[in-house]
Design a protein around this ligand. Structure first.
Ligand code: 6GU
Length: 247
């Protein structure tokens, strides 16, 4: 997969050289290019923004500069991602669909955002999705680019050493993950649940499933509500009936 990130703060993306994603880039599993948007300006001050038409606070990123950048980077297969608090909230299902793409271009806005005609224009000639990290505000798209690249890259074949760890984690089956423990068996008076040391694999799997259901019901009932009835077996329903009552 190729990923191009366009930003006025290329240094912001430096963490992508670290850890698992950094290794994936060095191993050639992800071809990552970070570009300075100002490289597509032509004036002496390398201006990327201007005042909002109609008035108001802050500055807006100019469509002409973004147009030059995106025209240069687009191919027939590009999916443009536009980080924005007004976008579709990122979830694991969308991340999985992005992991199947050939080419992502992440266009990081700053200030009050990018002139709305950029999204309007490129939705007509490419695939474009505005993506949000959640219902709060950060100062620019760079932190979303970090999140997107990390969340997508770890799903690419060969990036995570043990593929089984991608199956047994929060959000993959629509539930939060069960709690995990390591040694010592007793820490500050708190014991590791006995079932985990019994050596009975089916019993451990059932306990973990029950805990995932209980946790999800307690912390994220919205996630449970989104799951199809077919996602639950009889044992699941018993657990859920006990915590939230029969549905
Ligand atoms: Cl993607 N950008 C900005 N600026 N704020 C956000 C966001 C993105 N997602 C949530 N808040």
């Amino acid at each position: 997969m190729r990923v191009d990130v366009v930003t006025i703060f290329p240094d912001y993306l430096q963490p992508l050289g670290l850890s698992l994603v950094g290794k994936a880039v060095r191993d050639g599993l992800v071809e990552l290019h970070v570009h300075d948007l100002r490289g597509w300006t032509h004036d002496r001050h390398r201006t990327v923004d201007d005042t909002p038409v109609g008035g108001g606070a802050g500055m807006v990123m100019r469509p002409d500069v973004w147009g030059q950048a995106l025209d240069d980077l687009l191919t027939d297969t590009t999916h443009i991602l536009l980080p924005s608090p007004a976008g579709r909230v990122l979830d694991q299902g969308f991340v999985q669909s992005l992991a199947a793409e050939e080419h992502l271009v992440i266009a990081c806005g700053r200030y009050e955002g990018i002139d709305a005609r950029v999204a309007e224009h490129y939705s007509t000639c490419a695939r474009l999705t505005e993506v949000s990290l959640g219902d709060y505000v950060v100062n620019g798209g760079e932190v979303a680019a970090l999140v997107l690249v990390e969340a997508v890259a770890r799903l690419l074949p060969g990036v995570v050493g043990n593929p089984q760890s991608l199956v047994e984690e929060s959000h993959v089956d629509g539930l939060l993950e069960y709690p995990v423990y390591t040694r010592p068996p007793l820490w500050r008076g708190l014991a590791v649940p006995a079932v985990l040391t019994c050596g009975h694999h089916a019993q451990i799997a059932r306990w973990r499933r029950d805990e995932a259901l209980r946790r999800t019901a307690a912390r994220r009932p919205d996630l449970l509500a989104r799951l199809d009835d077919a996602a639950f077996d009889d044992a699941d329903r018993q657990v859920l009936d006990a915590v939230i009552g029969p549905s």
